[in-house]
Design a protein around this ligand. Structure first.
Ligand SMILES: [Zn+2]
Length: 408
């Protein structure tokens, strides 16, 4: 049975993990940074060293293949990272893909469909996220590009121009979905489920949907001393009540895949001796079922109205982000389950609770994801870690999955 060369894969992981290394032992490779550029050059060299043709499209997505023709079985992930993130997120998917393609090429296996490696641009969101996969799938429109900026205000157009790329051309990176037989992405779980259940392989069924609201409570600014307690219209009390009641409602009434998070809370006028007149919070729901997401969103909006009236406040709810859950292809899931079974690995069907390029590609083509365990569920941190044996098992499951999908 064909297996990956784990020593070679491990060397690649260490070499790529050294690019953008931080003093804390993490990696910082935001898209289009110097470290990202160094990682891009390194990856292209590895692709060419493997005897494949390397190519960069107009969105900066990197490809590698050695056979011509279509539709292709596309495999990969991303090599950019969050600031001071880990060395496995994204990189593991690209490097296991590279290793699988090298092995299949070395063995000279005849396949019905060509294999193609991909590393998508800005998955992590230095410039908002999914720039590469949005362009590749035709979602990115030229008119949006001038407004895409990072947190410092730098336009992606200027960041790309520094490297001789014309961002406005990015939509030409579109690939007709008919040319994609399937897309497979191996990724660390970034959560605790596989480790806790001692199961080495996760087979992603759905990538969660996200509904994010900006909620503003409005009351009245008053003197902190002279205004009696019963006369106050304190906007922060409404916000605080919603934070607690929203959490309780989702725990009591949601599913095991329901999440609610308030990540930003801002008060105005934010003066120690003035009763807050306004409180703004972000309220983010995640769910794998579109029906449950809709239900929890409705309950949350009702809850916001209820607490506002209980505290004598006005409230407005604005939708900031609305992403439907994306079910992944049953055919790819079945191939992963079968591949794991042939290798004697237990596998678990599970939702992905974080965003991935597979959710973008999965809207237009058959997509699947393989999860490998994350120690303590840690990710987006220098503490992110996946054990060697889990990396090797995951890579071998990916290898067999690709052989199956490319043969049929
Ligand atoms: Zn990732």
């Amino acid at each position: 049975m064909m297996r990956v060369d784990f020593a070679r894969l491990k060397r690649d992981l260490e070499e790529l993990g050294a690019i953008g290394r931080t003093p804390e032992g993490g990696v910082s490779r935001p898209s289009w940074s110097d470290a990202d550029m160094e990682a891009r050059r390194w990856l292209l060299e590895r692709i060419i060293a493997a005897g494949m043709q390397g190519r960069v499209d107009a969105a900066g997505n990197i490809f590698g293949r050695w056979q011509s023709g279509s539709p292709v079985v596309l495999v990969g992930s991303h090599i950019d990272s969050v600031p001071n993130g880990g060395m496995f997120d994204g990189a593991l998917g690209v490097l296991t893909a590279l290793e699988c393609l090298r092995r299949i090429k070395e063995e000279g296996v005849g396949l019905r469909h060509p294999l193609e490696l991909v590393a998508f641009t800005d998955e992590e969101g230095a410039f908002g996220g999914f720039f590469g996969s949005f362009a590749f799938t035709g979602v990115l429109k030229a008119g949006e590009i001038p407004d895409i900026r990072d947190s410092t205000g730098l336009r992606i157009a200027d960041a790309m121009a520094r490297h001789g790329m014309e961002a406005l051309q990015a939509p030409t990176a579109f690939r007709n979905p008919k040319e994609i037989r399937a897309y497979v992405e191996l990724h660390i779980e970034q959560g605790p489920v596989l480790e806790a259940q001692r199961i080495p392989i996760g087979v992603v069924e759905t990538i969660v949907g996200i509904r994010r609201y900006g909620i503003t409570f409005r009351g009245r600014a008053d003197h902190a001393g002279t205004t009696p307690m019963e006369e106050r219209r304190n906007a922060l009390l409404g916000a605080a009540d919603l934070v607690v009641k929203g959490h309780q409602m989702v725990r009591a009434e949601g599913t095991s895949a329901s999440r609610v998070t308030v990540g930003i809370l801002r008060v105005k006028p934010a003066v120690a001796n003035i009763v807050p007149a306004e409180a703004f919070l972000t309220y983010e729901l995640r769910e794998q079922s579109a029906e449950w997401l809709r239900r929890l969103a409705e309950k949350s909006r009702a809850l916001a109205a209820e607490v506002a009236s209980a505290w004598g406040l006005e409230v407005s709810v604005e939708t900031i982000l609305d992403i439907e859950p994306v079910p992944l292809a049953e055919e790819v899931q079945a191939a992963i389950v079968a591949a794991a079974g042939e290798l004697g690995c237990r596998s678990l069907r599970m939702p992905a609770m974080a965003g991935h390029d597979a959710q973008v590609v999965g809207r237009v083509a058959k997509a699947g994801m393989i999860f490998v365990p994350s120690r303590d569920g840690r990710s987006h941190s220098p503490l992110e870690f996946t054990a060697d044996e889990d990396v090797e098992r995951g890579a071998n499951v990916l290898l067999r999955t690709l052989l199956k999908l490319a043969a049929e």
